[in-house]
Design a binder for this molecule. Structure first.
Ligand code: NAD
Ligand code: DAU
Length: 339
């Protein structure tokens, strides 16, 4: 089978490509990525010569060239990871989130209809459900939880989900959606909590915890997310949404302390800073549907996954040092300089 994977030079997309090429030796992947600040071609370096892999630098909003690519490559399956993905950036400047996350999704789906595909899969997020109260640990997001967004990022992802459902109903697009909780693991861009704290810790820089650090996220090792998507595109039912998460809720402050201890640093590095605007309190996925229907369950325990992740950042300094020495410096100053 021929797959088009968009956003494959980013965190989850690249992990998916590595996993998939290894698992399915007869399939080919064409990675489409615009290479924004978050896309990193060096991540894909090890597979650039693989005859079953091809990289195409392209914006998913570029209708003409997306159509041309679909015409040339005739993909069987399209998986859309491409997105602007950082909540803090969406609060500063929403427009690009609307363009890529909504218009880009519609262009891809139009191409799928025009050229015919077996499956379109939209990689969505648990953030479309909004948040849950911290003092109600009995509540979880199910696929029936109403969409109720908080940030421009989550609103753009929710808009894309609505479009996917509309294309499925109106044009019979054979589409599925996955809504996953927070991922962590190798190749995670150091603007996000876990890699940012690892990198700052290694430089003995302050660790900026928003508010009181009591917000809760439900962490999943990235490979478990990749396995879930692989199952959904093969066995998932068309027109369905699947929640993906591993019942691993943790307060931000506990994650930061764990990283500090793993790296043998002092908790004095922890600095409480101004809270994120509209900050979601708690995310918690109920993964019963994907477990019961597709047999998916998370295989990597957090205590192992976080060790693997820290080890990866220690062993791959050149990957993230290149990132933090460039434009990232301006980003960091703007977001944290006077926080
Ligand atoms: P990322 O920011 O690391 O990577 C995004 C990739 O998309 C980059 O390679 C970037 O260059 C590319 N891209 C951006 N705009 C593009 C455009 N217009 N055309 C083509 N390529 C473009 O993101 P990520 O964390 O890997 O997330 C991937 C997907 O998974 C996103 O859709 C995100 O909403 C979703 N998701 C992420 C998480 C998480 O914890 N990171 C959890 C659930 C869902
Ligand atoms: O839940 C899935 C979502 O998880 C994905 O859809 C998003 O693409 C992904 O970025 C992630 O969103 P979050 O906002 O949860 O992730 P982030 O790493 O930005 O923040 C995690 C928590 O840590 C959040 O409560 C904010 C807090 N935080 C974050 C940063 C970057 C801090 O306290 N300090 C920080 O410097």
């Amino acid at each position: 089978m021929n797959l088009i994977v968009t956003g494959g030079a980013g965190f989850i997309g690249s992990n998916f490509i590595f996993y998939y090429l290894d698992k399915h030796p007869d399939d080919k992947i064409i990675c489409v990525d615009k290479l924004t600040y978050a896309g990193n071609l060096s991540t894909l370096e090890p597979i650039m010569d693989n005859p079953r892999f091809k990289f195409v630098k392209l914006d998913i909003c570029d209708r003409e060239n997306i159509y041309k690519l679909f015409n040339d490559e005739k993909p069987d399956i399209v998986i859309n990871f491409a997105a602007e993905s950082h909540v803090d950036r969406s609060i500063e400047d929403p427009e690009i989130f609307l363009r890529t996350n909504i218009i880009g999704t519609s262009v891809l789906m139009d191409a799928c209809i025009k050229f015919g595909i077996k499956r379109y899969h939209q990689v969505s997020t648990d953030e479309v459900y909004g948040d849950l109260p911290i003092d109600r640990p009995d509540l979880f997001f199910t696929e029936q939880t109403p969409i109720h967004t908080s940030s421009p990022y989550s609103s753009s992802k929710a808009s894309a989900d609505l479009l996917v459902m509309a294309y499925n109903r109106t044009y019979n697009l054979p589409a599925t959606i996955s809504r996953c909780s927070n991922n962590y693991g190798p190749y995670h861009f150091p603007e996000k909590l876990i890699p940012l704290m690892i990198v700052n810790c290694l430089h003995d820089k302050p660790l900026p915890v928003y508010g009181e650090g009591k917000n809760i996220r439900d962490w999943l090792y990235v490979e478990d997310h990749c396995k879930a998507i692989d199952l959904i595109i093969r066995k998932g039912r068309v027109g369905e949404v699947y929640n993906v998460g591993g019942h691993n809720e943790m307060k931000n402050i506990d994650i930061v302390k764990l990283i500090v201890h793993e790296l043998g640093k002092s908790e004095d590095l922890i600095t409480f800073v101004k809270d994120r605007k509209g900050h979601d309190l708690r995310y918690a996925i109920d993964p019963t549907k994907i477990h019961d229907e597709l047999g998916w369950y998370p295989e990597t325990k957090f205590k192992d996954g976080i060790k693997l992740t820290i080890k990866w950042y220690l062993e791959n300094k050149s990957w993230w040092e290149k990132i933090i020495s460039g434009e990232y410096k301006n980003y960091y100053q703007k977001m944290y300089g006077e926080r």
